[in-house]
Design a protein around this ligand. Sequence first.
Ligand SMILES: NC(=O)c1ccc[n+]([C@@H]2O[C@H](COP(=O)([O-])OP(=O)(O)OC[C@H]3O[C@@H](n4cnc5c(N)ncnc54)[C@H](OP(=O)(O)O)[C@@H]3O)[C@@H](O)[C@H]2O)c1
Length: 321
Amino acid sequence: MFPLRNELAREASEAALIEAENPSDPQIHPVANSEPRLALPRIAMITGAGGLLGRAMHARLEKSGWRVVSFTHPELDITNDVDVQATIERIRPDVLINCVATADVDRCEIEPDWAYRVNEKGPESLARACRLVEAELVHVSTDYVFDGTKPGFYTQEDEPSPQSIYGTSKLAGELAVRKQNDRSYIVRTSWLFGAGGKNFGSRVIEYARNGAALKGVMDQTSIPTYAPDLAGRIEEIIDLGIHGLYQVTSTGPTNWLEFARLALDLAGLQDVKLEPVTRASLNQRAPRPQNSAMRCLLSEKLQLPPLRHWKDALKEFVGQC
Ligand SMILES: NC(=O)c1ccc[n+]([C@@H]2O[C@H](COP(=O)([O-])OP(=O)(O)OC[C@H]3O[C@@H](n4cnc5c(N)ncnc54)[C@H](OP(=O)(O)O)[C@@H]3O)[C@@H](O)[C@H]2O)c1
């Protein structure tokens, strides 16, 4: 039985508001966490470590001197509650970063049980096991929790209203994590791209070099986010020690058509044809939000500087392709 959308949305929205608007909350005190953190060796555990963000997160934390213990899908399936409990009990991380995803949003519509197992029940197990060993949890979520009808930027004060099973199950995961572990950071992000990614943004250059016919969706807006930059921000958030709901993206809303055109141009593939299409013309099963660009009230309150523009990050990424 799936939770009601409105109920999930209301709870998430209320919780976000409290966290973003209550600077006197004892959790919102960077000093409280910083001293012991600097003095002790820190262990980070990563789940979903074989994916785009998981790899970027591993690289980032290892470079920063953390002891990083990473698990790919075959090494730890987060839907196996017994394995989850045993592994976290054994590793006893200071923080666990859950980078697991059901990347195929259309498959979620066909297999909702699978979507809820991975996006809600798995994170719930992780959060419970983390609480038992007093570990913090970073849980990554999505802009697809919003319905996409707002003209401007979505903030934590906007009520989530997911339109797809993917979005609804991810929102359920956010709430499950919050309920199980109040030492958690929920980090919503959008349109991830980077090395090793399997999605359109990460692979458009590869597709072009292989001679594929390319289509760029022109009527869906969000913010492409460079996975290594998100990983860096997640580390900063952990260092601050302020638990709550974050919305972390690169800077600058766009659509896939503009993103892909610039990626091709930067790669010297100006001659490659890119057909502008509407999302509806692709006949996909899951609805996508038409506009899901986000801002982060909590980051602004904490004076975390915006991440660089996606165009600058794309230049760096294309240089490695
Ligand atoms: N990609 C985006 O555009 C985007 C946008 C907004 C938010 N996000 C969020 O960002 C996070 C990271 O996404 P990503 O793009 O890095 O995803 P990704 O590249 O698809 O990686 C996800 C990883 O999770 C693994 N996985 C799937 N089911 C698992 C399970 N039951 N137990 C353990 N591992 C499992 C996958 O392994 P297999 O491949 O073997 O299944 C894969 O290695 C997710 O929370 C996602 O919802 C992503």
